[in-house]
Design a protein around this ligand. Structure first.
Ligand SMILES: C[S@@+](CC[C@H](N)C(=O)[O-])C[C@H]1O[C@@H](n2cnc3c(N)ncnc32)[C@H](O)[C@@H]1O
Length: 253
């Protein structure tokens, strides 16, 4: 296992987290004064830092030891080896592979919004499903859940996570054009430019009406998303922010 060491902490390096995962990071760990990004192989990174090589067993042990349960909305996100006594719904995700362990603000914001909006029987699409966490959460709330992702590597992981949670969810490789609507609710944890680009396609994913939850949006880029969605007849229902990250819930009208 290869570790890329960056100076800072989770908060100061937050804006780089999606980039690190996009370039193949399997997990992040905060250490005193630095963040360790774990990669199966060395990659070219446009960030200042240095590489360190660790035996695989050290990485696995350290990662498992430091990973904590995460509460978000109606859920607590657990790794398979965690125990939990609280009243929250237990969402078990095998961490360290696809994005979506519940440790990122955007995933937590989306879980909170889903907890408030999903009703049994709704047809829900999780666009950019990663670990499958949001589709699985929707299924646990009684929805007919679909997850789609352009990265073929995450689909088996999402399916395995759905089995782990004993819920039915259908996972498909591709993007919005590869799943058949209409949906009652679409949740997408992507990034601001992509949400703006997809605004019209989002509207077409619904029938007469529907709900759209978008996150992965840095506060400084929120305006771009709002303008694009307003131009496509979406009405803002709710705005949540954690750190620099924003989650917007819209009604398609
Ligand atoms: C930030 S992760 C979100 C994972 C999970 N849904 C969560 O909320 O934690 C974004 C995911 O979207 C996928 N993705 C990026 N662009 C996409 C697109 N145009 N269509 C479908 N999936 C996409 C990536 O492969 C990645 O798995």
């Amino acid at each position: 296992m290869h570790v890329f060491r960056l100076r800072g902490n989770f908060e100061s390096l937050d804006a780089y987290t999606p980039l690190l995962f996009d370039l193949g990071a399997r997990g992040l760990e905060e250490r005193p004064g630095e963040v360790w990004a774990y990669f199966p192989d060395r990659v070219e990174l446009p960030l200042p830092g240095e590489w360190l090589e660790l035996p695989d067993t050290d990485w696995l042990e350290a990662y498992r030891r430091d990973l904590k349960p995460v509460r978000a909305g109606a859920f607590v996100v657990l790794a398979p080896w965690h125990g939990w006594e609280g009243p929250e719904r237990r969402l078990v995700i095998e961490p360290g592979m696809a994005f979506g362990t519940g440790h990122h603000e955007t995933t937590r914001l989306a879980l909170g919004a889903l907890s408030r909006r999903v009703e049994p029987g709704m047809r829900v699409l999780d666009l950019g499903t990663g670990s499958g966490i949001l589709a699985i959460a929707a299924a646990m709330l009684g929805a007919e859940a679909w997850g789609v992702d352009i990265d073929p590597a995450v689909i088996p992981q999402a399916r395995a996570n759905a089995e782990r949670n004993r819920v039915e969810a259908c996972f498909v490789e591709g993007s919005l054009a590869d799943v058949e609507g209409p949906f009652d609710l679409v949740v997408a944890n992507l990034y601001a430019e992509l949400h703006a680009h997809l605004a019209e396609a989002y509207r077409e994913a619904f029938g007469v009406c529907g709900l759209l939850i978008v996150t992965g949006i840095l506060a400084e880029r929120e305006r771009m998303v709002r303008e694009a969605l307003e131009a496509c007849s979406f009405r803002l229902l709710e705005r949540e922010q954690e750190g620099e990250w924003v989650c917007l819930t819209w009604a398609a009208v």
